[in-house]
Design a protein around this ligand. Structure first.
Ligand code: ATP
Ligand code: MG
Length: 230
């Protein structure tokens, strides 16, 4: 589904990612763990073409994406939820969802499936995005990425700053999507317990390099926690 090989990413003169290799098989939930500032968000941005990637390869669905502009990557079936969620605060929930459809080149009505995954959004369609709680905004951001039915959903720290009850809801949504098997998910996280309940496979990043990987069910929490501690 996604195969990243020897990927290097830079901001100006500074190299942030150094020869990253990472693969995601169809239907899997894969997680990228790592402490603050190691390059996790830069990695996701490089998948979307938002960062300069002078070296390496990103093959998605059998085709090289390096060189493709961001909108083309989105239209090929990647839904991206950036860190800090980034919804449109002045637009209503309904308008935010409609934009998600538009950005991926789709149109029409928002499917009922979205509201069965996120029932809270159905009751808030006319409300401004900025008036939602942090947790509701995160759910809106994920829903907005899902409306266009992406093949690959990319989430950047979905639990960051979110209250426990909503984290649980988001976990349930990920588990349900995984069970249905129509989507592949790549999550950047620092919340290890959450990842252990939702992910099949994990990678650990340190200073722009992958330093560990394995099956989540075989994870050694103490060892990983040590790598994540600041
Ligand atoms: N636009 C930018 N220009 C220059 N340097 C940047 C830019 N964005 C991030 N960086 C630097 O790149 C490095 C990696 O940042 P990145 O945001 O990818 O880390 P992260 O692992 O996502 O961290 P966090 O867990 O805090 O979100 C950091 O040293 C950061 O300061
Ligand atoms: Mg980040």
């Amino acid at each position: 589904m996604l195969s990243v090989k020897n990927l290097t990413a830079c901001y100006g003169e500074s190299t942030i990612l150094d020869q990253v290799n990472l693969a995601v098989a169809p239907g899997q939930v894969v997680c990228l763990l790592g402490r603050n500032g190691v390059g996790k968000s830069t990695f996701l941005k490089s998948l979307m073409g938002l960062v300069n990637t002078p070296q390496g390869s990103i093959v998605f669905d059998g085709r090289e994406m390096i060189g493709d502009p961001t909108y083309r990557r989105a239209r090929r079936g990647i839904g991206y939820v950036p860190q800090g969620r980034d919804i449109f605060p002045q637009l209503t929930v309904a308008e935010n969802l409609q934009l998600g459809l538009g950005m991926a080149g789709g149109k029409g009505a928002i499917s009922d499936k979205i509201f069965s995954l996120f029932p809270v959004l159905k009751t808030m369609l006319a409300r401004k995005g900025g008036d939602l709680s942090g947790g509701q905004q995160q759910q809106l951001a994920i829903a907005r990425a899902l409306v266009s039915k992406p093949k690959l959903l990319i989430l950047d720290e979905p639990t960051e700053g979110i209250q426990p009850s909503v984290i649980k809801d988001i976990g349930s949504v990920i588990k349900q999507l995984r069970q249905e098997g129509n989507i592949t998910i790549l999550i950047v996280e620092q919340y290890l317990e959450f990842i252990m309940t939702v992910a099949d496979y994990y990678y650990v990043m340190e200073k722009g390099q992958i330093v560990a990987e394995g099956l989540t069910k075989e994870i050694n929490p103490e060892e990983i926690q040590k790598r994540m501690a600041v």
